[in-house]
Design a protein around this ligand. Sequence first.
Ligand SMILES: *Cc1c(COP(=O)(O)O)cnc(C)c1O
Length: 414
Amino acid sequence: MSTTHMTKPTDNQALSKQQPQAPEPQISTLSVHGGELRQKPGDSITDPIFCASTYTFADTQSVIDFIDQKQPREEYGRYGNPGERVAERKLAALEGGEMAVLFSSGMAAIVGLLMAKLNAGDEVIFFDECYHRSREFCSKHLSRFGVKTVQVRACDYDAMEAAITPKTRLLISESPTNPHLSIVDLDRFAQIGADRGVETLIDATLATPFNLRPIDAGVDYVLHSVTKYLAGHNDLLAGVVVGSAEKMEPVRNLRGIMGAVNSPQNCYLLCRGLKTFELRMQRHNENGQRVAEFLESHPRVEKVFYPGLESHKYHDIARRQMRGYGGLVTFLIKDADWRATADIVDAVRIPRIAPSLGGVESLIEQPLVMSYYQCTPEDRRAYGITDNMIRMSCGIENPDDLVADLAQALDTTV
Ligand SMILES: *Cc1c(COP(=O)(O)O)cnc(C)c1O
């Protein structure tokens, strides 16, 4: 069987032989064809789902040849599945990285990467605006294995540099951050790591490879909750880490031991969702911008956090390094306590009340209630979560409908 799947940057040979002058395939082409065999089993245009927990060997010599790495093939489901390999090659191609390792969720990817890379006595430094479970894993669990985590203010590069010691192994940030949508200057972040010999990790879940290219900026590892924009349909959980083959090999090995893998059906759903990745991102970007501009102009709105607005603290960096600004919009309601804010959330008709983001259906939530209800007021203040904050993930609905819906929710709850 020919392996004419498209990968980037190591383009496959059959493809380049046919089209010596062909330019590097772009995102939409990669999301449709990237990582796939040109001729698939059963001559099917779609990738078949291999419902196999294990794979058979013709004879003992085949087993020995496999162990001696003479014969690449599948062995056992925890180490890989043909559909999972397609998804991994597609994600690596989209990200412009050498190797992607797929996990069963974004959190499994974070835990898998950190457990593969850190030893007792090591230190990690991360910007403090981040997904609350990532913070919890570092502060409550890595600490039990003798790894020290240091938090510094988001986008305070001097503080990050000052916190580096000979024991520092990893610098971690999200970009954009959640829910404040702060933008990390990737060139600067990657340069600190390179200068000080410390590896760097960006959780680019909110940006996706359509809007942000961390590997081009020199970041070592890019991580995504694939659950969000990449899968895109609010119907599956997955996570991925992308990096060089050399750096990712230990991560793949640990995943084979952890067992945080996806079912063959889940991999199929993911590849299916990825086919429309660029189309969806274009609409998410358009809807995010429209909704943010509408909210900023509304008298009941005190402040809008959206990197595509000129009023955003990091708009200049965002404009320089991002293609679009995504579908997530965070805003504060003027003179509203938590209940008046909840009334607006309850009054919208199109977005559904739910955690998560990045799917075709718009979602809305009040971070105070959804994610930080059990926190102390002091912790909420430290994380910048106010009672009057609403976070909306714009789906791919019609932008006029979304704006009209928000208008009626704001105007009927005064
Ligand atoms: C959702 C999310 C995660 C966790 O991903 P899961 O797929 O839910 O495990 C990590 N980082 C960010 C930025 C997220 O939004």
